[in-house]
Each structure stands twice: as structure tokens, then as C-alpha cells.
Write a protein that binds this ligand. Sequence first.
Ligand code: PMP
Ligand code: GLU
Length: 395
Amino acid sequence: MKSLLSQRAAHLKPSATLAISTKASELKSQGVDVVGFGAGEPDFPTPAHIREAAKKSLDRGETFYTPVAGTPQLRKAIAARFLVDYGLEYKPEQILVSCGAKHSLYNLFHALLEEGDEMIIFAPYWVSYPEMMELAGAKPVIVETSEDDRFVPDPGRVESSITSRTKAILLNSPSNPTGVLYPQSLLEELAKLAEKHDLLVISDEIYDKLLYDGLKFAPFATLPGMKERTVTVNGPSKTYAMTGFRIGWLASTQLALVKAATNIQSQSTSNPTSTAQAAAVEALNGPQDEVERMRAIFEKRRDLIMAEIDKSEGMFSVRPDGAFYAFLNMTQFYGKKGISDSATMAQYLLESRNVACVPGGPFGSEDHVRLSFATGEETIRKGMERIREACQALG
Ligand code: PMP
Ligand code: GLU
């Protein structure tokens, strides 16, 4: 038989975040008492009024194809939230709804990137960015950051990574996996670079509503002169606890780009699921108090996990400003009992104490493991206790 797999598929790695959560679920179903710090998804049920809207949509018989780019109601609801929340004006035709923000990024990269094009990302980055860029034939150019600077990139380093092939800078603030919110001064520097070198900025704002300590979010598109250069990606997965619904969107004033991404979607998935779109309309247009209720609980959990980390000898994490991840530096324990990197550390924690966390390697840092604190307080306490025991046992 001729070579079975395409080069593209043969080189693609599976998502490390999803692999860990699958493994944790498998162990749980075998009766193992696993503490799951794996997948980054809210543990809350989707708010009742949103579930109700999904049921009503089914009962109305909305079970047919919708327009590829999303129903007019949903695109209008997304545009309305941009306006109400951030004063940003988008027309519904400047918005493409896809099957999750991950799918929005996928369509966008394929619409944007030529073979050999470069896109700048900051390490630590979300696992799927480099893989998706490579799948589109492009080269991820990784700008390293320092933990001492709270993983905030240095604009000088960013500028020296720009080449004639650089098409865009991709940023994700608050960040998965560090939880860090980029300061306004950095955003302004990046805006200057985008202007000077004629670049697009892709802003993954999926954690915009999950900020702590009273911090306020400013979308990149609100920076002076940046609306035309920015493609904003977002979705209801994290804000409204709707991960399984698979809805996400992008917004851009570059109509040709939105159209090209829509064409790619029209030749692959067609529209996102009709029922899920109806649920998303209710999420965006309906009462927003559940968003604040869940955010406040995440903030308490952030405080708890940081207190637990602070009392754990040898490990530390920057204090997350948002999202629901602690990025735990574990280098103090490397060199003991065969632990040499993030994968062997994560494996050790899982095998010795049944704690599932995601190795930092696929996020661009071998020094860390990522703990999702989108889980109950008891689980956080129990899991951190087990991590401490596992590390003490290393001697
Ligand atoms: N971007 C980031 C940074 C994420 O953490 C996630 C989480 N899965 C996504 C995009 C995609 O989320 P979804 O596809 O569920 O909308
Ligand atoms: N974004 C979440 C995470 O990082 C969900 C899993 C995924 O899509 O990667 O864990």
C-alpha cells in the first residue's frame, strides 16, 4: 500500500489537554479516585435558561441547516454584546459563527496563511496554536517570555522576531495556561508594531469575562487604530459554561477574510448546530447574572489554590489574573527518581497519587505543569495535598 497518511496528519500531535482529560475520565470509570486538574472547562451546569432555550428551539422544529455563518439572530446578538460590553461596533456580516472558538481559529488560519507564512505567538501558549498553524502550512514563531516578568512578552523581542513573512501576532490575554492579563502598556506597544510592520493581530479573548481582583478587560480592537487590524476570537464555552455546545466566533472588519473563512466552513462543517446557536442567542441576550456568580466562585478557587501552592515547598506559580489555570513551576523536583521534564512529572503525579494535570511541554514550557482550578474546593484541597505528598516522597 502507498503511504497511508498525509504528511500533515502524520506530523500532527493530539491535543494534550484533551488527552489528559480523556485519561482521567477513563480512570474514573474504572473506579479510580482521580483528582482531575486536566481539561480547562467550567464544572458548572449550563445555566437553566440557556438549556431551556435549546429545548424550545428543538420543539419549534429548528432542526434544519442554518446559514453557514450562523443565524441572523446569533450574529446580531454577538454584535450587540460587543457594543454593550465594549463599545465596539460590528455588523452581523463581519461575524462568523463556528463550532467552537477552536474552529474559528482553524478557519481563520486557513483563510489567512500561505505556505511558509509566519505568525508570532508568545510562550507559554495554548497547545493548539502551533499545531493548527502548521496544519495550515505556516510557521509558528515563538517569542519566549520570562516567569520573572510574569510571562509578559518584551516588545523588543517581539520586534526582532518579525520578518518579511510575518503575517500576524496572536495573543491570548488572559492567557491559557498562565492566567496572566497583559498590561495596557504592552498592548499599546504591540499596536505600534502592528502598524509599523503592517501586521494583523489575532486576539483570542475567550477568557475576557473571567477576571479577578476587580481587573477590567479591554479588547485589542478598542486600541486606537486597531479595529481594522484585529480579528477577535471568542465564544460562550467558558463564560456561560457551554463547552459541549461547540459555538465560537470571530469578528473582523476585513470582509474578504470573514468571507474566505466562511467559504472554508461551507466546504467542511457547514453551519454550527442549530440548537446550539439558539442556546447561544439566549446566553448572550438573556440575564447575565450567572456569569458573575460563576466568576466569583472561580475567584475564590483561585485564592484557594494560590494559598495551597504557597504552603507547598518547592513549587510556585504566578498569581493568575484571570482564566482558571495555575501554571506550577516544578523544576525543584527535577532530577529525582527519573523526573526530568513536564511529561515525566505529570506521569509521576498521575501514577503515584492519581492526580491528573497537563504537562507544560505542549504549552512551550518544560518547567511547569498546568492545573485547572475549574473544579470544586474540596478537589483543589485534596489534589494539592496529594501533589505535596508525591513531591515529599521524592526526597
Ligand atoms: N482559546 C483558548 C485559549 C482556549 O483555552 C480554548 C479552550 N478550549 C479555546 C480557544 C477554544 O474553546 P472552544 O473551542 O470551546 O470555544
Ligand atoms: N481549552 C481547554 C484547555 O486548554 C479545553 C481543552 C482544549 O480545547 O484544549 O484545557
